[in-house]
Design a protein around this ligand. Structure first.
Ligand code: CTP
Length: 398
């Protein structure tokens, strides 16, 4: 495997001088290091310093192209195993947290699907500023690692939490993120996501409230961990990551057909879709009129998408791993344990649908993992953090 590489983003804190040692320590830990400076950082440390230390060109201006005709922010974002921003100033953190890209560093982070590590360094009052706190919370929810600053004397003469963490702590975080970023490299993950809509007539359907947010989070996490990703999605408003192949469908039957076509070559299949279990026996053409006092809608059972994929893979001798989701009320763990066996999947992940703060349509989730070698719970986290947690466990399936 090629050497893992870090883009080291240095923003304009007095602690920028410590990024020189950090660059060296990252290289000693086995990384190729490329440094991207903000203009403010350049007031404290020079590009020449980092170019001499790393033997790589530095980036600073958003229009720079070390290789003519190549957009550096795209190339660097694609090639990095991990992006480490150290020191991260209040200004850079807030821009990263809210998705601004007004310089090379923030633009590069926007163009990246890989893990992000941020190590804040600033005055203690700035560190507790509500905007900074919110930006850090948003970054954590998006899967970033925050290396907490230490307590002590800071450059402005005050004392409190705001000192850049030690190089050893930041290198450790970079190594952990880098391992995560290659966890699924070379592997293909197929995800079913969202609801299915089963037509009653040309304008009405039987469906459910699945938002596709968990499927989207899984697709993002899988990209972050290096996988090739295919998503077969019912009708949803979420944005899947650009690096994922997305096949859009409406009905359970169409989801099954598309997923069967995607199955060959998949190492892992995750059934995150809330497939409608039943569909109207036939679709009325046109729009049904309001002329009857009563209408009886007869529903027939839909195919089991995941179950069919499991059977297909096992019949053709493919070594594919399967994970099912189970939306269960709080006492549903035993039912889920039985479903894992009856569905023939390797693991089943349970969401508690009796809670209103997690699951359907919400930003957070809490998952219970029931696998072949044990059980675990994720704790309440953002859906992306849950997805990363799930894919870490999935990578260890026997
Ligand atoms: N699933 C599927 N196709 C279906 C129904 C479910 O692929 N027609 C998948 C879901 O994506 C999920 C898993 O099966 O990963 C479990 O879904 P769930 O609705 O909990 O299970 P069911 O088999 O439908 O059982 P229940 O009777 O409890 O609804």
């Amino acid at each position: 495997m090629s050497q893992p590489s870090v883009v080291l983003g240095v923003s304009g804190s007095v602690a920028a001088y410590r990024a020189a040692d950090l660059a060296r320590d990252l290289m000693r830990a086995g990384f190729t290091v490329r440094v991207c400076l903000t203009d403010a950082a350049e007031r404290f440390v020079s590009r020449e310093l980092f170019e001499a230390l790393t033997s790589q060109p530095c980036l600073q201006d958003v229009f720079e192209e070390p290789e003519r005709g190549r957009m550096a922010h795209i190339d660097w974002a694609r090639q990095a195993s991990v992006i480490v921003v150290a020191p991260a100033t209040a200004n850079t953190l807030v821009k990263l947290g809210f998705g601004l890209g007004d310089d090379m560093l923030t633009t590069l982070v926007l163009a990246s699907e890989r893990p992000l590590v941020v190590a804040p360094a600033m005055n203690p009052t700035m560190f507790t500023n509500a905007h900074v706190v919110e930006a850090l919370e948003r970054l954590r929810k998006q899967g970033a690692t925050v290396v907490e600053p230490a307590e002590g004397d800071v450059a402005c003469g005050e004392n409190g939490q705001g000192k850049l963490a030690s190089a050893a702590t930041i290198v450790h975080a970079a190594l952990t993120a880098s391992i995560r970023s290659s966890r699924w490299t070379g592997k293909r993950i197929l995800i079913t996501s969202g609801p299915t809509y089963e037509p009653i007539d040309d304008v009405r359907f039987v469906g459910n409230r699945s938002s596709g947010k968990m499927g989207e989070a899984l697709a993002r996490a899988a990209r972050m961990m290096g996988a090739e990703v295919a998503v077969v999605s019912g009708p949803v408003a979420v944005q899947y990551p650009a690096g994922a192949r997305v096949v859009r469908v409406q009905t359970a039957q169409a989801m099954l057909d598309a997923a069967l076509a995607e199955l060959p070559g998949s190492d892992l299949v995750i059934g995150a879709a809330a497939v409608a279990d039943y569909r109207p026996i036939e679709k009325q053409s046109g729009k049904m009129r309001r002329t009857h006092d009563r209408i009886d809608l007869t529903l027939v059972r839909n195919p089991d998408v995941l179950g069919t994929l499991v059977a297909e893979a096992r019949n053709s001798g493919r070594n594919t791993r399967f994970i099912a989701f189970a939306a269960e009320p709080s006492d549903g763990l035993e039912i889920a344990r039985q479903k894992r066996v009856s569905k023939g999947v390797d693991a089943i992940v349970v969401n508690d649908v009796s809670r209103s703060d997690v699951g359907f349509g919400t930003e957070d989730n809490e998952l219970a993992w029931i696998g072949p070698t044990g059980e675990a719970t994720s704790g309440k986290r953002s859906k992306l953090e849950c997805a990363l947690w799930l894919l870490e466990r999935a990578a260890e399936l026997p």
